[in-house]
Design a protein around this ligand. Structure first.
Ligand code: UDP
Length: 475
């Protein structure tokens, strides 16, 4: 229990599991390692919240972090069905500000508030921090490279305006200090939108908000992104702090004793390919079937966190609509006989897989991933080489960084018509699992893992420096 008058950090996380997980770890560390109390305000994208949300929330609570669940916007206030994931999340956060204010005021009445920490769409809560005279920080749950792109966006936008074009048509890659060049086809989806669109305007506003924060915490570490904090001439950057890699590794009730962990215990060391596209990623029907054939053709063991296909979007599972809860009979989208032919060699995990436990298991040899940033950090932290199969958001940039800069992944070759054949899948798996190239990948990711562990060790914790400043401002 917090001591009386113990300074408290208030954290506000938008309704997205990929944000909640690093926010949970940030809050846990504030409490466990830095002598602060923490209250995490969070909302779920679905109402009622999904099982995963509740499970993560329960394990956060068990670590001594106080939780406040924010209600989802009322149905009458909901955005139209074609709104993007980011627009919906931003809408929910904007609507929650009055509640955040109430909570902040009542907590401030009993103990000093050391900081308000929000994610990149939490800017509307800035007013609350200003009213209460509390430092306003953002926690960026993607890499520095993406934050750098956003912080440079007003200047890149001016360049594009002068050239009279759209970012998606640029023939020259964007070169940010110390980052791999970003080609137009690797840009995050939001930057591909017309510069005159509302989506793009929202992105620009977010970039300007971030530049005004008292500080931005980034879930990365300097040995992975050496240029963190470097800006081009004339670009105003807020103070940036690499506090990562923050990964949720505490027990989550639904993960413990998961059958796939006992299955992994029976497999040889380094022999299993783990396949997952994150909490939201989906493939089309054809691509899902092709992936199945590719896994089979590779003749390697695998665990596949499988989702029901979606023809319309590559993030079809985000709102729980495409999530398969079915057992094997619900797997009608797999090639005929696939389940029988791969029995014993492959394991299908519908809905939710205990990912950090899987990646930490000695039987895992590589991770076929969509390169969501949490998944990427989890793979690095466990020393597991990656096959990068990016889908949306900034995942293509992450994939480029992991292959070109960190050299711990191989990008799968997206053929013509953006379809990946079973031969390509099988060959890439073979390259990453066995042979000279595989040994190099394993060696490099082993080194990077050691550096990740070191970045979090007591002596060099950046979070310790940040919290020291927070504590000294509240006296
Ligand atoms: N995750 C999990 N089991 C699953 C799918 C996802 O534990 O079946 C976790 C994963 O470990 C990671 C997070 O959910 O911490 C997904 O975040 P990421 O940034 O990789 O991708 P997103 O889901 O945001 O696209």
């Amino acid at each position: 229990a917090p001591r009386p008058h113990q300074p408290r950090v208030l954290l506000l996380c938008s309704p997205c599991l990929g944000h909640l997980i690093p926010f949970a770890e940030l809050a846990r560390r504030l409490v466990a390692d830095h002598g602060l109390a923490a209250t995490l305000l969070f909302a779920s994208a679905t109402s009622p919240p999904s099982e995963q949300y509740l499970a993560v929330a329960a394990s956060v609570l068990a670590e001594g972090v106080d939780l406040v669940a924010l209600p989802a916007p009322a149905p009458a206030d909901a955005l139209p069905g074609d709104a993007s994931v980011r627009e919906r999340a931003a809408h929910a956060v904007a609507r929650s500000v009055p509640r955040v204010r109430d909570v902040a005021r009542s907590l401030a009445a009993t103990a000093p508030l050391a900081a308000l920490v929000v994610d990149m769409i939490g800017a509307p809560a800035r007013a609350v921090a200003e009213e209460l005279g509390v430092p306003f920080y953002m926690f960026f749950t993607s890499p520095w490279m993406l934050l750098s792109l956003f912080l440079h966006l007003p200047s890149l936008d001016a360049d594009a305006a002068r050239a009279g074009g759209e970012h998606r048509d640029a023939t020259e890659p964007i070169r940010l200090p110390g980052c791999v060049p970003i080609h137009a086809h690797d840009l995050p989806s939001s930057m591909l939108a017309d510069r005159s669109s509302a989506t793009y305007a929202g992105l620009l506003a977010m970039a300007r908000d971030a530049a005004r924060a008292d500080g931005v915490l980034v879930n990365t570490f300097r040995e992975l992104e050496p240029a963190i904090g470097d800006g081009a001439d004339g670009v105003k950057l807020p103070p940036v702090h690499a506090v990562g890699p923050l990964i949720w590794t505490r027990p989550v009730a639904m993960d413990r004793d998961h059958e796939c962990l006992s299955w992994l215990n029976q497999q040889p060391r380094g022999s299993v390919v783990y396949v997952s596209f994150g909490s939201g990623g989906t493939l089309t029907w054809q691509q899902t079937a092709e992936l199945a054939l590719g896994l089979e053709l590779s003749q390697h063991r695998f665990i596949w966190a499988i989702k029901r296909p979606d023809q319309d979007t590559s993030s079809g599972a985000f709102f729980g609509t495409a999530n398969s809860r079915g057992e094997e009979e619900g797997m009608d989208f797999l090639p005929e006989g696939f389940i029988e032919r791969t029995r014993g060699v492959g394991l299908l995990v519908p809905s939710w897989a205990p990912q950090t436990s899987i990646l930490g298991h000695a039987s895992i040899g590589c991770f076929l991933t969509h390169c969501g940033w949490n998944s990427t950090l989890e793979s690095v932290f466990n020393g597991v080489p990656m096959i990068a199969w990016p889908l949306y958001a900034e995942q293509k940039m992450n994939a480029a960084m992991m292959e070109v800069q960190a050299k711990v992944a191989i990008r799968i070759n997206v053929g013509n018509e953006r379809f990946i054949t079973n031969e390509e899948i099988a060959n890439t798996i073979k390259r990453v699992m066995k042979g000279e190239e595989a040994e190099m990948l394993k060696m490099r990711i082993g080194e990077l893992k050691d550096k990740a562990v070191y970045a979090l060790s007591k002596g060099c914790s950046i979070l310790a420096q940040v919290t020291h400043v927070w504590k000294s401002t509240v006296g």
